[in-house]
Design a protein around this ligand. Sequence first.
Ligand code: SF4
Ligand code: ZN
Length: 419
Amino acid sequence: IKIKIVDIPVPITIGPAFEGETIRKKDAWVEFGGGRSTSFELVRMCEAEEVEDGKIQVIGPEIDEMPEGSVFPLGFMIDVYGRKMQEDFEGVLERRVHYFTNYGEGLWHVAQRNMMWVRIGKNAKAAGFKIKDFGEILIAKFKSDYPAIIDRVQVTIITDKDVIEDKIKIAIEKYAARDARLKGLTDEAVDTWYTCTLCQSFAPNHVCIVTPEHVGLCGAVSWLDAKASNEITPTGPNQPVLKGECIDPVKGQWQTLNEFFYTGSNRTIEKVNFYTMMEDPMTSCGCFEAIMAVLPLCNGVMITTREHSGDTPCGMNFSALAGTCGGGIQTPGFMGMGRRYLCSAKFIPADGGLGRVVWLPKELKEFLGQDLVDAAVAAGLGADFVDKIADETVGITEDEIYPFLEEKGHPALTMDPIM
Ligand code: SF4
Ligand code: ZN
């Protein structure tokens, strides 16, 4: 990505050099989201008269009213008008919030949508950073990076705990509408898939392949987003790849994708199978929403999420798993994923698909709700399949969950050996 230098009127330094900077809890003045408070980010396309260019509004406390070590809600509503703007571009622009805010020295942002998690470091607070300065950064970066599609931007930042509960409804409706647009599109129905190399600033050899049925593992880049992003910036991080000759239709390996992966991964990865986690799987960067791991004794797989901090039957919690498999490497038996990938008909089909899933945190089951039930029905597993999946209330070791799976007649126990 080309980084333009723009003058942003904030008291901290802004630049890609700070992108990989981590802010530990003890170094944070205040923290937002990440399961501790309500948070969201939303880019909306608006009419010209709805957007007052450059306007920043903070609804709720400013940083001076936030005690050291406190937790507050945070919502970014970014309203955009542009003659060439399209609704399809909203998701793409929204993903940039992650990068733009991370450019600030002493600012830290992970995850996306209503999962976003933000910290302001004590150093940034000491330098005089204010909540409204998020707006300065976002407006300056959006206008300088997307002059072709953005004419006006205004930012509303919400830190009030009542207002945010109201405004988040708008965001959740928008996310659902975006997800719905993808429904019905299959991997086979399109001849072009897209790459995403946005995360190479964190994981230099990492490449995501985004297909209609496989959202990027951050959960924030769908095939439609990647396509839109390529229309906005043809030389940008999302490149089209024509599938071409198929090497292995079951494991999901294509010659052209292998070639792209080899170049894109700085010649570290020679082949990738898109439909299995067990052999040459996709690489994992660091911002995956969830991660799956094989459970040999149960002949299945488990998934845990960034939001679930507890132990899991593979013997590692989310951060230990992320440390083991992140950084842009292929780790057979482990793979980062977007939460919604679990409901995809292309969820590790070569490994047996959804029927392999033997353990999920309750939080993920609830988050996916009816969509997971529908996916189970579509996969021929029956509407009661979700109840056969163990969670932390059943156990957090393979030994603890095995009797439950047996009692429920979980299909994974009678599938071909996974290893
Ligand atoms: Fe792109 Fe993948 Fe990073 Fe998401 S996780 S921004 S899809 S490279
Ligand atoms: Zn990433």
